[in-house]
Design a protein around this ligand. Structure first.
Ligand code: GP9
Length: 413
């Protein structure tokens, strides 16, 4: 009942989008959602030796709606957590991955919602279908089809399997071969996976003083992913799929490089305590709308992966308040903090980092963006609300409460 009350309260924020601009404006449009491996925000708009690291993404962002304060919210389940948070709008678990531990439970995830709305829903990832228990979880999420490594020709071997350039090219062909319905395509890239080192034939990007370092390999991998994205856009245009498609892009989690010195070297300045705390949380997110609608719009509010599904439903005109999702539309005027698995949170005005004992009075509270240390009391109520939201999510996931909520809802009708 306590968890149900939490959701009832959240619904008040979620329903605001229904009377806001853009609600339902893109109903029936195709959707491509790209989850980019270990792709962090600091490479966006950044130059190295006079060259842009991500020229294609920079251009695309200028034609899109961009969220510079978007954060990943993953835990130990890494890529699978990003997928779960984004598609199902809940928190990951304190230990392990929902995909592995609770793949049989009921959730309100995008594929089943979009199936009901008449979409053809597919997920594409050129790796072993059993990794992260994807075969089972995707079946439960009700994707119409999961294209795994066995559905791809390995004609560009990179890292764990197939290079992103070929992966995107073959994914476009797979979409084309499907029927007439509007499509929802979720594509998970892989080439920028740790340890990032690409074959020399795949990258000519000169990383100067970072040459031969893991950080340098990361920059080269990010540049390669950017080229793959540039090729994907061209391919979609050539195949007549660009004009009627909403394209969304986000980074799944950090790159596991936690020494801040190379970041400071790249930026050419020292980073504030806040920037250091946030560095591993910031991943890019943008939405390209058909016809370059809303091009150049920047929305500054603090948002996270959990808000992605509600944002997409906002554009399609599908209410969120009838579902059990924790996020709210990023396009809505409604606001709420972004909560991280370790109890950190930010609402765009403060950024809170818990102490080792988890007590708010022992945590650190920063002003955003000035990075001034505030009295812990300023963040106390937010820290407690964050703890509560995480506990509600855990209770829901671990006890299959959405199944129970739905049963109760049906009985009341
Ligand atoms: C492999 C890919 C990597 O299929 O999803 O997952 P990660 O190791 O980044 O969690």
């Amino acid at each position: 009942e306590d968890a149900k009350d939490w959701f009832d309260d959240r619904k008040k924020l979620q329903e605001q989008m229904e009377s806001e601009p853009l609600y339902g404006k893109y109903a029936g449009k195709n959707i491509i959602l790209i989850q980019a491996e270990a792709f962090q925000t600091f490479v966006i708009g950044q130059e190295l030796g006079g060259q842009e690291i991500t020229p294609n993404l920079n251009r695309l962002i200028s034609q899109s709606v961009y969220f510079p304060n978007f954060y990943h919210q993953t835990g130990q389940g890494r890529t699978s957590d990003a997928d779960f948070i984004t598609s199902c709008s809940l928190h990951p678990l304190p230990t392990g991955s929902v995909f592995i531990r609770f793949a049989g439970n009921e959730f309100d995830c995008l594929p089943s919602i979009l199936n009901e709305a008449g979409y053809d829903t597919t997920v594409h990832h050129a790796y072993d279908g059993s990794f992260w228990n994807r075969n089972n979880m995707y079946h439960n999420m009700e994707y119409a089809q999961f294209y795994s490594v066995k559905d791809y020709t390995i004609d560009e071997p990179i890292g764990w399997s197939l290079g992103d350039k070929s992966f995107f090219r073959q994914t476009v062909q797979q979409i084309k071969e499907r029927g007439e319905k509007p499509f929802y395509t979720f594509a998970i890239s892989l080439s920028s996976h740790h340890p990032f080192k690409l074959p020399t034939s795949s990258t000519k990007f000169n990383v100067g003083e970072f040459t031969g370092t893991t950080f340098g390999y990361y920059l080269q991998a990010a540049h390669y992913v950017d080229e793959a994205m540039g090729d994907l856009i061209e391919d979609l245009k050539q195949n007549g799929l660009w004009d009627d498609t909403i394209l969304m892009f986000y980074g799944d989690h950090d790159n596991s490089l936690y020494d801040m010195k190379p970041y400071e070297k790249l930026l050419g300045r020292s980073m504030t305590d806040l920037e250091k705390a946030e560095a591993v949380r910031r991943v890019p997110f943008f939405i390209h709308l058909p016809g370059d609608d809303q091009a150049g719009t920047t929305i500054d509010k603090a948002v996270g992966q959990q808000d992605t599904a509600p944002t997409l439903l906002h554009l399609l005109g599908i209410p969120v308040k009838d579902r059990y999702m924790m996020g709210i539309s990023m396009l809505s005027k409604a606001e709420k903090p972004v909560i991280f698995r370790n109890g950190e949170y930010t609402d765009g005005k403060v950024y809170y980092v818990p102490g080792s004992d988890g007590l708010p009075e022992h945590g650190e509270c920063f002003s955003v963006p000035a990075s001034e240390k505030l009295e812990p009391a300023v963040c106390k109520a937010g820290a407690e609300a964050a703890k509560k939201a995480l506990a509600v999510s855990d209770r829901v996931v671990e006890n299959d409460l959405i199944a129970r909520f739905r049963k109760d809802d049906a009985e009341k009708r």
